[in-house]
Ligand binder design. Structure first.
Ligand code: TIU
Length: 224
């Protein structure tokens, strides 16, 4: 077992066994990162969202080198929208980004469309898990919990977009299911910088009420 100790993490240092950790890469799909996708159609600027790509690439490289567990998630719905609840659909319509409507990257937030694919720079390789999720949290209506338990995972290294929406929902769900979360400050991003920083603050306040945060560099330096 390889013990990892990240000393420079908030609110205090974190220690875990590498073999019991998984790198979780949340929703790094074209729909959120590229012009014309769901994120931009919701009214967001893409100026800040791509900053997390390089830090995630660096951590992914380390996990691949060490044969660690890597899980990619994609937020998306089946083409008939049977797994999209009416409230989510209605709010997307009111915002001018109706889920399932045609866009330059294909139908918005629909499985199998170009917008739903993971960005080229983080393309999953065959040994990695890819989980399609209909909700914001990655545990809702997926087999993520069973997959983690089957692989004896206790710690999640959490990256992806957006910090305050799908990353936060997933971290909260993970907490209630007994998983420890280390969120990567520069390996996550939101459209709005204030949302990003507020979401990270919420993780570490009250002695780490939802977990820990650190940078990609600090994590990589601590890896074997
Ligand atoms: N809108 C927004 O910030 N995020 C989402 O809708 N989904 C994810 O965060 N993946």
């Amino acid at each position: 077992m390889s013990e990892i100790v990240v000393k420079k993490s908030e609110p205090h240092s974190i220690q875990f066994e590498f073999e019991k950790s998984a790198l979780l890469i949340i929703d790094m799909q074209n729909d959120f990162l590229l012009p014309g996708g769901f994120g931009e159609r919701l009214g967001n600027s893409l100026a800040n969202i791509q900053s997390c790509i390089e830090p995630i690439q660096a951590i992914l490289q380390s996990y691949r080198r060490l044969n660690g567990m890597v899980i990619h998630t994609k937020e998306g719905h089946s083409p008939d929208l049977s797994d999209c609840n009416q409230s989510k659909l209605e709010r997307s319509r009111l915002q001018g980004a109706e889920i399932g409507s045609e866009g330059p990257l294909g139908r918005l937030l629909i499985a199998g469309e170009y917008g739903n694919e993971i960005i080229d720079k983080l393309k999953p390789i065959e040994s990695e898990w890819v989980i399609q999720k209909p909700g914001k949290g990655a545990f809702y209506n997926t087999n993520l919990k069973e997959t983690l338990r089957d692989n004896n995972i206790t710690h999640l290294i959490v990256t992806g977009v957006t910090t305050h929406v799908c990353v936060h929902s997933t971290v909260r769900e993970a907490n209630d299911r007994g998983f420890n979360c280390l969120i990567i400050t520069d390996g996550t991003a939101a459209f709005d910088l204030q949302d990003h920083h507020s979401a990270l603050h919420m993780i570490t306040q009250q002695g780490g009420i939802f977990g820990w945060t650190t940078s990609a560099k600090q994590l990589i330096q601590a890896m074997p």
